[in-house]
Design a protein around this ligand. Structure first.
Ligand code: AMP
Length: 209
């Protein structure tokens, strides 16, 4: 099953994708994670996109589309995948339609106030991408990952100015995808406000239906 996760930054797409991946046994493909791993490893791509990610703007479509095309060409996607953070523009959605058939688009719905609360409290284990929140999902020891013990970080783009910019970018560039996919009859709206396990239940029920 080929699934796209759509919704504003901070709606819980990454958290849900990690849970859903276990249920469906298909890879979780996060374009943001791929960019961050390139930045961490100092690749050419990483150097090119570092400033863009820090500001909360979008990486150019050509770069992102080719990166996803290469990733979807790998063997582990044969029985399906969960795309998290792609597509983010109409052009990317059109390119994806040419690459593959998408079975379901899950649209996570969350208001701006909650988005800001979630993003500003989000912390990350850099080596695994494991996500915490300082209030709703804190690590056992403040500031450190439960499993590896490494210090948690705050993403540059989870700082207040970048959060505001990312919300503007979402509204202008990505929200139009809701209409795009609704027109194709493939969208499932899910309330992203409840706890992740509840959201997962709702998603699984909707996918079954
Ligand atoms: P995310 O982890 O999905 O919040 O993505 C973090 C950042 O990576 C975004 O703010 C963009 O700078 C970049 N990015 C991720 N996915 C895309 C995409 N599909 N198109 C353009 N830029 C992207």
């Amino acid at each position: 099953m080929n699934i796209v996760l759509l919704g504003p930054p901070g709606a819980g797409k990454g958290t849900l994708a990690a849970l859903l991946k276990k249920e469906l046994d298909v890879p979780h493909i996060s374009t943001g994670d791929i960019f961050r791993s390139n930045i961490k490893n100092g690749t050419e791509l990483g150097k090119k996109v570092q400033g863009i990610l820090a500001s909360g703007s979008l990486v150019p479509d050509e770069v992102t589309i080719e990166m996803v095309r290469a990733r979807l060409g790998e063997d582990d996607t044969a029985s399906g995948y969960i795309l998290d953070g792609f597509p983010r523009t109409i052009r990317q959605a059109e390119a994806l339609d040419e690459m593959d058939e998408i079975d379901a688009v899950i649209n996570f719905v969350l208001d701006d106030e909650e988005v800001v609360k979630r993003l500003s409290g989000r912390r990350l284990a850099p080596s695994t991408g494991r996500i915490y929140h300082i209030i709703t999902n804190p690590p056992k020891k403040e500031g450190f990952d439960d499993e590896t013990g490494e210090p948690l970080i705050q993403r540059d783009d989870d700082k207040p100015e970048a959060i505001r910019h990312r919300l503007d970018v979402y509204r202008e560039e990505t929200a139009p995808l809701i209409g795009y996919y609704r027109g194709k009859g493939r969208i499932i709206d899910i309330d992203a406000a409840p706890a992740p396990e509840e959201v997962l239940k709702a998603v699984l029920a909707a996918l079954k239906a």
